[in-house]
Write a protein that binds this ligand. Structure first.
Ligand SMILES: [Zn+2]
Length: 55
């Protein structure tokens, strides 16, 4: 495999990563969250979004 092919593959994967991260953000921002969890953080049982209660 040539270096340029590897670089091209890496770029493809980066593009896919950005796509899926944005898709996840969309899903999580459209979720009517149902949080459960510990005292330090809670996790939505529907979309897995985590919120920290203390910083
Ligand atoms: Zn949620």
């Amino acid at each position: 495999m040539k270096v340029v092919e590897i670089q091209s593959k890496i770029q493809d994967l980066r593009d896919q990563l950005i796509f899926w991260e944005n898709h996840l953000k969309d899903v999580q921002s459209n979720c009517d969250h149902h949080f459960e969890g510990e005292s330090l953080y809670q996790k939505c049982t529907k979309c897995q979004k985590v919120v920290a209660l203390y910083y």
